[in-house]
Design a protein around this ligand. Structure first.
Ligand code: ZN
Length: 216
């Protein structure tokens, strides 16, 4: 069976899901975000505005700017920061940047480190913002290590549409845990190694890990 696996940020791969005849070894590739992705695409929802935070009526034309604005609007209106940030997948706020979940994760634990400022070039980042991005990447490495115990990590940035950036106007650094064999698990191993958890579970685990690291 050939399926398109939406990975977000313009990354798409064809995934062949193998179904073994031995039911004891059958693997299930659970991709709960696909439903949300299709729904958002069909309804033309303002990009980055979570359903629970739709009371914010604006549209800044940017996933990340819309996300922060809708979260801040909800908090200003009386919603607890915990609930508003959970609804938006916002894991951590720092001074110049924030960390949020990728709504279309490549693996469980796929997060993005995003400056608050809408800038489309790395070179345009103020030094303090750039430094904080790397500090947050370091913190993210430790948090992902603690939660997912991966074999390695990817940290990556696509600058510009032709480089693969899904949100080309607002730079962001992807971070995700990786496991040996996870890129070619379909052809090289008999059993699927990754069972993506739902985004709410990812948010809870990473929120707690980042909070623990900040106070340790
Ligand atoms: Zn933006």
């Amino acid at each position: 069976m050939q399926a398109v696996w939406p990975l977000g940020d313009g990354w798409r791969r064809g995934v062949t899901i193998l179904e073994r005849t031995d039911s004891n070894c059958m693997d299930h590739l659970w991709t709960p975000w696909r439903y949300a992705y299709v729904t958002a695409a069909e309804t033309g929802t303002r990009a980055g505005v979570p359903h629970a935070l739709a009371a914010w009526a604006g549209d800044l034309g940017c996933v990340f700017c819309n996300l922060i604005a809708s979260i801040d609007f909800a908090i200003a209106g009386g919603m607890s920061a915990e609930n508003a940030e959970a609804a938006g997948g916002l894991v951590l706020r720092a001074v110049h940047c924030f960390i949020c979940l990728n709504a279309f994760p490549y693996t469980s634990g796929h997060v993005m480190i995003v400056p608050y400022t809408h800038l489309d070039h790395l070179a345009a980042l103020p030094a303090a913002t750039g430094h904080e991005m790397i500090e947050l990447a370091q913190l993210t490495e430790r948090a992902l290590d603690r939660v997912y115990m991966p074999h390695g990590f990817n940290f990556g940035m696509n600058v510009g549409q032709s480089a693969g950036a899904g949100v080309a106007g607002h730079i962001h650094l992807h971070a995700m845990p990786r496991w040996t064999g996870d890129t070619s698990f379909i052809t090289t191993v008999a059993e699927t190694r990754i069972l993506p958890e739902d985004l709410e579970a990812t948010w809870r685990r990473l929120r707690a890990a980042f909070a623990a690291l900040k106070t340790s």
